[in-house]
Design a protein around this ligand. Structure first.
Ligand SMILES: [Zn+2]
Length: 392
């Protein structure tokens, strides 16, 4: 599959630029037209970490005219083993500023735009809309789904990469021409199932292997050359030194990029990926019960008030006997608090224990200090107590 160039050519290259990019200009497939397209291109790197480092450096060297950097973190000594855009003297500095300085040192003709903020629902659409192409170097699932959905909703292509220990993956997701990230991974893995690089480690140079695939694909898309990695997943195994390709098809039932999407605007990505906030973790510590404990309380007729904080459609699929449905949103708005009894022990539950932990934090902050929540949620309940019931 070949695709038309993403970007129109800039009017001209200066004499200095012609000298700088001469090794590109003499490649017939790039040439003056391709280099002018790169000059006119606006590329956003989400993250200036492991993948963002080589990506930004090579995009800058290649002559991409405008580079955006989304990064809110500061440089830590443990970053330097792989995040080669930062140096020893940058420890403690803003990563965005450190990355900008390196880009400017590599190529002063590049315009750098810093977005020193955490990418979230409130800013992603506005930030993405200023760019032709996004390079995703994020290391967490919530941001990956956020990047994907925003790109699909805006009709923008993006180059995705991921790394772990000796293994890397890369692809180009562009819903207009192929699958999106959700077509490949409709659901995030359960929290704790896939360790992060911080927990499991990553071979530093793996970042270069995957980052260079990402930049190669970015250049191809911008200039409209070659066969882009749309609908293909590249899997790299550094130990075996193999690259493998897997075809990825567009999922006709994809939640976001199919003809009848169920996701038509940005959602709560932390909840979708089961990310528990620090407040919720603190609230749940020492206040989490098991399904067996809940069953025992029910059997002993303990005075408990069991609250299901999921949505009505989920409650319809399966519920725990005796539970009262009060969706999480009503707790966040404060309207549910007056429904809470003062003389009963409050037990919260949701699907897997993520949302109920968040509500528990709200309840505890409101003075319900002996409220608890059900670890594992209704899924755990069905598995342990009522295996004949469906889980979803
Ligand atoms: Zn899709």
């Amino acid at each position: 599959m070949s695709l038309p160039p993403l970007v129109e050519p800039a009017a001209e290259l200066t004499v200095d630029e012609v000298r700088r990019y001469s090794r590109h200009l003499i490649i017939p497939d790039v040439g003056m037209a391709g280099q002018k397209r790169l000059k006119n291109a606006k590329v956003l790197c989400v993250g200036a970490g492991g993948l963002g480092s080589p990506a930004l450096m090579y995009l800058a060297a290649a002559g991409v005219g405008t580079l955006g950097i989304v990064e809110f973190d500061t440089v830590d000594e443990s970053n330097l083993q792989r995040q080669i855009i930062h140096g020893h003297s940058d420890i403690g500095r803003s990563k965005a500023e450190s990355a900008r300085d390196s880009v400017k040192e590599i190529n002063p003709y590049v315009e750098v735009i810093l977005h020193e903020e955490r990418l979230d629902n409130s800013n992603v659409m506005e930030i993405f809309s200023g760019y032709d192409l996004i390079v995703d170097g994020t290391d967490n699932f919530a941001t990956r789904y956020l990047v994907n959905d925003a790109a699909v909703l805006l009709g923008k292509p993006y180059v995705w990469g991921s790394i772990y220990r000796f293994d890397g993956q890369a692809s180009v997701f562009w819903a207009e021409h192929g699958p999106c990230y959700r077509c490949l991974y409709p659901e995030a893995p359960p929290p704790g199932m896939v360790p992060s690089c911080a927990e499991g480690g990553v071979l530093g140079v793996l970042c270069a292997s995957i980052g260079s695939i990402q930049v190669t694909e970015a250049i191809k898309l911008l200039a409209g050359v070659g066969d882009p990695l749309v609908g293909r997943l590249m899997i790299y195994d550094a130990l075996e030194m193999t690259y493998r390709q897997v075809k990825v098809r567009k999922d006709p039932n994809c939640a976001v990029c199919s003809e009848n999407p169920t996701v038509t605007e940005l959602i709560d990505y932390e909840a979708f990926c089961g990310v528990v906030s620090e407040e919720a973790q603190a609230a749940a510590a020492g206040s989490t019960i098991t399904s067996k404990q809940l069953k025992a309380w029910q059997d002993e007729n303990e005075d408990i008030f069991l609250v299901d904080v999921r949505e009505p459609n989920e409650y319809e699929i399966v519920s725990i006997p005796g539970a009262t449905l009060i969706p999480k949103g009503e707790f966040l708005m404060g309207t549910a608090l007056e429904l809470m009894p003062q003389d009963k022990k409050i037990v919260l539950h949701c699907k897997t224990g993520v949302r109920s932990a968040e509500v528990l934090a709200v309840l505890k902050a409101a003075g319900f200090s002996d409220a608890v929540h059900l670890g594992g949620g209704v899924v755990g309940w069905v598995n342990q107590i009522e295996p004949e019931k469906p889980i979803y």
